[in-house]
Design a protein around this ligand. Structure first.
Ligand code: NAD
Length: 285
């Protein structure tokens, strides 16, 4: 599949990441279906995309016509049958078995030419692709949060990924206004592997009582970071961030430097998932 053959994009998962990916795909002129199991999430997604486009208008980057056309191009649906497309980007929960099951279903309803991409933060692409009939058209397309703003996209090739598929994915990323960086398949790829210690060490400092959440964030932010580790975990989703650490800890054979924090686990267990749930390390309106 070449870039010019792509006209319809399906985004699976309308949470934190799927919303932004659908927005930029619609804005770039693609016919988009944004799918989620949860109809309430789809309503929130539609509202958030509309608000983000309004912000673009306020900043003079978009016109009212851009907004209208973009919203018209996106179908918000909980009907799996609509997930037939030229390029599919998965952004569902960070669990290997759930992702594998989804891709097996997608493979069964799509042509063998459809490119299947995962926005996973940490799960090896080779592992998700294992068991697929055509693993050569499977690729990692890792956006950063907020997806409609952050420029970087990691394009990850698993052992079976065809080079032309990775190249088309990078071209699509450029068409969506992003800067692609090619990466080989390793747990956490490039950015999450390096950045993991930002969260893990922040949580260790908290566990040891060296300072509190606000104190750690304030210190890190005053040294030049846009957000401290706790504010950033709330933005990412405390549950998603925890799943990424857990998956990297296991993928690196329980290397202690990636050990997940019990404080973070407790937040996840209690449903304190950050901004999206109204409460995480901080509380939100
Ligand atoms: P999220 O929890 O905000 O949203 C996930 C959505 O997937 C939910 O709305 C849920 O209803 C839906 N879902 C779950 N199982 C599904 C299924 N089987 N079929 C369809 N929908 C399903 O999660 P998120 O933060 O958007 O993360 C999604 C993916 O993107 C994860 O793999 C994550 O690692 C990755 N990612 C997240 C970030 C981030 O900062 N949050 C950044 C880059 C990549």
């Amino acid at each position: 599949m070449k870039l010019e053959d792509i006209s319809r994009i399906a985004v699976v998962g309308a949470g934190t990441m799927g919303q932004g990916i659908a927005q930029i795909s619609g804005l770039a002129g693609y016919d988009v279906v944004l799918y989620d199991l949860n109809a309430d999430v789809l309503k929130i997604a539609q509202n958030n995309i509309s608000k983000n486009l309004d912000k673009g208008i306020d900043r003079g980057k978009l016109t009212h016509e851009d907004k209208e056309k973009t919203l018209k191009r996106i179908t918000f649906s909980d009907n799996k049958d609509l997930l037939v497309a030229d390029f599919i980007i998965e952004a569902i929960i960070e669990k290997l078995d759930v992702k594998k099951e989804l891709f097996e279903t997608l493979e069964s309803i799509n042509s063998e030419k459809t490119i299947l991409a995962s926005n996973t933060s940490s799960i090896p692409i080779t592992r998700i692709a294992a068991g697929l009939k055509f693993p050569e058209r499977f690729v990692g397309m890792h956006f950063f949060n907020p997806a409609h703003i952050m420029k970087l996209v990691e394009v990850i090739s698993g052992v079976a990924t065809d080079e032309t598929i990775a190249n088309t994915t990078a071209e699509l990323a450029r068409k969506l206004g992003k800067t692609p960086v090619m990466a080989a398949d390793a747990p956490g790829f490039i950015v999450n592997r390096v950045a993991r210690h930002f969260y893990v060490e922040g949580l260790k400092v908290l566990e040891e009582g060296v300072s509190d959440v606000k104190g750690i964030d304030r210190l890190v932010e005053s040294s030049g970071f846009r957000m401290g580790p706790f504010r950033l975990m709330d933005l990412i989703g405390v549950d998603t961030n925890y799943s990424v650490t857990e998956s990297m800890f296991n993928a690196f054979h329980q290397d202690a430097k990636f050990r997940p924090s019990r404080i973070q686990q407790q937040k996840v267990d209690g449903g304190h998932h950050g901004r999206k749930s109204g409460r995480g390390f901080y509380t939100y309106d």
